[in-house]
Write a protein that binds this ligand. Structure first.
Ligand code: ADP
Length: 263
């Protein structure tokens, strides 16, 4: 059976292809101004990696902010369901998923079958999101991919207290004018985002075992501080955490084909 999952997020487009349950391609690229073109492009890329054409797919499931824009999709599912099922399919012991993406943050509680039981979402405010980290990394002139490692070197993180990302940026500029070390400001930025996410996570109530998905899972400065605020460690996933939504969508596609064949 050949299926694909396509996750069109606010910042990145992701596609995963599964052959009989095994991942044979996983691709990611930035989303352009035209989400439908980004969807077509990422799927084409993943098919090329797997040496397949669109006609070979038994089913394609779309998810993410731009899921309605995936012309090749046979079905679509919410990101919440896809991150839940994706994480569960990768490790059945997981009960809570903290998804920190570009434009929002979600905390998802799943049952023993990966079905969503409860969730909380911050999509009203940019603080506590990947985009906020991107902007603040730009403010201190650090490459986003290096922000977390730089923060991990700090012994004296600055305290960033504002809850709004615009005011957070002004605070960061103040700390720069005070000549605080770049690594201490980086740590303050990661800590501020981690505190926001921890607050959301506590509102759902965390059931062990817990994993972090979404692009920000790659920022170890945030993850280390988030683990500290929650007093726990996270499950390591066997795939790039940013791909879990697309992976979950592919598992939904597999289930749909299985149900059809069984009918
Ligand atoms: P969306 O699904 O909303 O498009 P993603 O889950 O792809 O969002 O996450 C995008 C975020 O991931 C970015 O805003 C950025 O903060 C973070 N990110 C992406 N790549 C890296 C990286 N190499 N290192 C650290 N953070 C990263």
């Amino acid at each position: 059976m050949l299926v694909s999952g396509c996750d069109i997020g606010s910042l990145t487009a992701k596609a995963v292809i599964l052959r009989d349950g095994q991942q044979v391609a996983a691709c990611i690229e930035p989303v352009g101004a035209d989400a439908s073109a980004s969807a077509a492009s990422i799927l084409k890329k993943a098919l090329a990696v797997a040496g397949l054409s669109g006609k070979d797919l038994d089913c394609c499931c779309a998810t993410g902010y731009g899921r309605q824009q995936v012309a090749a999709a046979d079905m679509n599912m919410s990101e919440i369901s896809c991150h839940g099922l994706g994480a569960h399919s990768l490790d059945e012991s997981i009960r809570t998923i903290i998804d920190i993406g570009g434009q929002d943050c979600k905390v998802i509680a799943v049952d023993a079958k990966g079905g969503v039981q409860d969730f909380a979402m911050n999509d009203k405010c940019a603080a506590g999101t990947g985009r906020c980290l991107e902007v603040l990394a730009g403010t201190i002139e650090v490459e986003l991919s290096k922000l977390g490692a730089l923060a991990q070197k700090s012994r004296k993180p600055v305290n960033i207290t504002n809850k709004c990302s615009i005011f957070m940026e002004l605070e960061v500029i103040d700390r720069m004018l005070e000549k605080k070390k770049q690594k201490d400001i980086a740590a303050g930025i990661c800590d501020a985002v981690a505190r926001r996410v921890a607050g959301l996570a506590k509102s759902v109530g965390l059931e062990e075992r817990v994993c972090v998905t979404g692009g920000v899972a790659q920022n170890l400065g945030v993850i280390e501080r988030l683990a500290g605020h929650l007093g726990m460690s996270f499950v390591d996933l066997p795939i790039n955490p940013q791909m879990v939504g697309a992976y979950g969508a592919a598992v939904f596609a597999e289930r749909a084909v299985g149900t059809k064949k069984g009918a």
